[in-house]
Ligand binder design. Structure first.
Ligand SMILES: C[S@@+](CC[C@H](N)C(=O)[O-])C[C@H]1O[C@@H](n2cnc3c(N)ncnc32)[C@H](O)[C@@H]1O
Length: 257
C-alpha cells in the first residue's frame, strides 16, 4: 500500500468514526442508537474494514468489540486508528472465519456494508459459521445498499449515474474502466475489482443465503431518502416500483427457536 493510499484510507475511516453525519453512515448510526443498546455486550464487527464503525461502537457504548476482516491493509489502518485515538475496548484481527473459526460467542454481530461484497455461496457458509458464534438472545445485524437502489450497491459513486446497474453490462464496464483507480484494499485493489466482487444483493438473495444457518429475520427496515419527507417518515418502500428508491436495507437476525 502506498503512503498516499494509506493516508486516504486513514482519513476515510477516521471520518466514519468521528463524524456523526459521515457520508452514508448517519442512517446506520441513528438506527443503531434507536434500536440497540450495546452496553455490556460483546460485539463482533464482521468485515470491519478500516475500523471506523468498530471504533464508533466501542466509544458510544460500554462494550467490548472485536473487528475482523480478510484484508490486511484494512486491518493495518484500523489498528493504527485505534492507537491514534487510544481506544482500549476494541481489537482487530485479520481472519477468515471459514478457515479459522472463532471460539467465542458474541451478543451482537454486525455486518455493515459487507454482505453485498461476498459471493453468495460463501456468504451462506459465513452465516452458518457466525450462527455458531451467536450468544443465546444475541442478534446479527446486516445492513447493505440493495442492488436495485439508486446507489447500485455503491457503483453510482464510481460512474456518477443513479441506477447505472441497469445499463448494458459492456457499457457499464467501460464507464467503470474509464474512472478506475487504485483503492486501499489488498484483496480488492481497484474499483473494477470491487465492482466485480459485488453479488447484486436483494432481500430474497439474503434470505436464500440464510438457509441452513438456523437464523431467521426478526426485523427489517428499508430506508429511503424519501423518509426525509414527513408523510413518508416511517414508510417502508418495499414494493414495486417504490423499492427502487430504497437506499439501505437493515435486517436483524436471531436464532430460530
Ligand atoms: C465496504 S467494506 C465495509 C467495511 C466496514 N464494515 C464499514 O462499514 O466501514 C467491506 C469489507 O468486507 C470485507 N470482507 C469481504 N469478504 C470478507 C470475508 N469473507 N470475511 C471478512 N471480511 C470480508 C472486505 O475486506 C472489506 O473490508
Amino acid at each position: 500500500m502506498t503512503q498516499a493510499m494509506y493516508e486516504e484510507g486513514l482519513a476515510y475511516a477516521e471520518s466514519n468514526f468521528k463524524d456523526e453525519h459521515a457520508a452514508h453512515l448517519h442512517v446506520d448510526k441513528k438506527l443503531i442508537r434507536e434500536k440497540f443498546n450495546m452496553d455490556g455486550k460483546k460485539v463482533l464487527d464482521f468485515g470491519c474494514g478500516m475500523g471506523g464503525m468498530s471504533l464508533w461502537y466501542a466509544t458510544n457504548f460500554k462494550c467490548q468489540v472485536l473487528g475482523i476482516d480478510i484484508d490486511r491493509h484494512h486491518v493495518k489502518i484500523a489498528n493504527d486508528l485505534k492507537d491514534r485515538h487510544k481506544v482500549h475496548n476494541v481489537n482487530f484481527e485479520v481472519r477468515n472465519v471459514l478457515d479459522q473459526p472463532l471460539d467465542e460467542k458474541y451478543d451482537f454481530i454486525v455486518l455493515n456494508d459487507v454482505a453485498e461484497h461476498i459471493h453468495l455461496p460463501i456468504l451462506k457458509r459465513i452465516f452458518q459459521a457466525l450462527s455458531k458464534n451467536l450468544a443465546n438472545n444475541g442478534g446479527i445485524y446486516v445492513s447493505y445498499p440493495p442492488w436495485r437502489s439508486p446507489y447500485a450497491s455503491h457503483v453510482q459513486h464510481v460512474v456518477g449515474i443513479p441506477w447505472c446497474q441497469f445499463l448494458p453490462e459492456g457499457v457499464l464496464l467501460k464507464m467503470i474502466e474509464k474512472n478506475n483507480r487504485q483503492i486501499v484494499g489488498e484483496e480488492e485493489s481497484d474499483l473494477l475489482q470491487a465492482y466485480k466482487g459485488l453479488n447484486h444483493l436483494t432481500n430474497s438473495k439474503l434470505m436464500n443465503a440464510l438457509e441452513g444457518s438456523g437464523l431467521k429475520p426478526v426485523y427489517r427496515k428499508s430506508h429511503s431518502f424519501v423518509n426525509k419527507f414527513e408523510p413518508f417518515k416511517n414508510a417502508n418502500l418495499r414494493f414495486f416500483p417504490l423499492d427502487f428508491l430504497v437506499t439501505k436495507e437493515f435486517v436483524l437476525l436471531e436464532k430460530a427457536a
